[in-house]
Every structure is written in C-alpha cells, then in structure tokens.
Write a protein of this length. Structure first.
Length: 154
C-alpha cells in the first residue's frame, strides 16, 4: 500500500519511476527502497540490495511492528540509516506499523521478560494494533513524508 502510494505520488508529479524487479540491482542515482523490518533493520533482500550498490541516494519506506512515534522507531530509523549509509547516502527513513504475525503470540507471552521477543500486555496490544496497519492514515503520512523529501530527489 505504501509503495503504491509513493509511486502514484511520484508519477503524478512527473517523475520517471522505474520498478525494480526481484533480484535487480539499483541502476539509478536516486532510489526508493520499500522494506519490512527484520531484526530492527532492513529485511534481508533490501539489506543485500543496498549493500550491493554504492554512491546512490536512497529514500526508504518501511513497515515494522513498533509504533512510529516510539523510541524503538528511533532505533530502527538509526539502524536503517546506518545500513544504507555504509555505501550510499540515506535521504530519509519513513516507518509505519505493519502486520506482525499472530502465530507465535502465545509462545512469546511465555518468554522471559528480558527476551527481546517477550510480549507483555502492552506488547500484545501493539501486535493487535499492528493488524490494522498500514491504513489510510499511514499512507497519507507516507505521502506527506515523500513531499517533504522531494527536494532531495532532484
Ligand atoms: C522474521 C521476522 C522478523 C521480524 N523482525 C522484526 C523486528 O526486528 N522489528 C520489528 O519491528 N518488526 C519485525 N518483524 C515484523 C515485520 O516487520 C512486520 O511483520 C512487517 O513490517 C509487516 O509488513 P507488511 O504489513 O508489509 O506485511 C519481523 C517479522 C518477521 C517475519
């Protein structure tokens, strides 16, 4: 949903948007990377993508399990910025909640509190809330974030 909205907004503004196929490298100076969060950073396919190229300017849009206004969002933003910035320039990172699997919720409740996957009551509420995202508000936020960063894409 978010990637589609970003593409539609760019096309409406006259950008020549090229969709990368699975496994294709980045071939343009500027690229948008849409990821899901894995181990607090880019998912493996997108991590390999940014590690396999250099000198690009990259704007990233991601879904994750946390709340976008939380300290954890700050940590993910920092780690994604660092991963992209190793060989490329990170132009910005947008985060929205995305659906977290409900499969392991019961097992995660039983993990010791110090385990990063442990779910307390607040964690369960967060996972349940994630099922309702991304929603239209997230899409609107993503488009607003894109608009704020358009000046960097030229
Ligand atoms: C193997 C795996 C690892 C994940 N690791 C994290 C993580 O470290 N932090 C996090 O916030 N979400 C994590 N997630 C949740 C995903 O980021 C979330 O399900 C995804 O953003 C949903 O995206 P979608 O709405 O595009 O399907 C993980 C999900 C999976 C399947």
């Amino acid at each position: 949903m978010i990637a589609d909205a970003v593409r539609a907004e760019l096309e409406a503004r006259g950008f020549d948007v090229r969709l990368r196929g699975r496994g294709e490298q980045i071939e343009t100076d500027v690229a948008i990377v849409c990821f899901w969060c894995f181990k607090s950073t880019l998912d493996p396919i997108n991590l390999r993508l940014v590690q396999g190229t250099a000198g690009r300017r990259i704007l990233a849009f991601g879904t994750f399990g946390g709340y976008p206004d939380s300290p954890y969002a700050g940590r993910v933003t920092r780690l994604v910025t660092e991963a992209i910035g190793e060989r490329n320039t990170c132009l910005g990172v947008f985060l929205s909640q995305g659906k977290v699997s409900l499969e392991n919720v019961e097992a995660r409740k039983r993990l010791p509190p110090e385990d990063p996957h442990h779910l307390d009551e607040a964690g369960i509420a967060r996972v349940m809330e994630s099922q309702r995202h991304p929603n239209q508000r997230d899409v609107d936020r993503a488009v607003a974030f894109l608009r704020d960063h358009l000046g960097l894409l030229g």
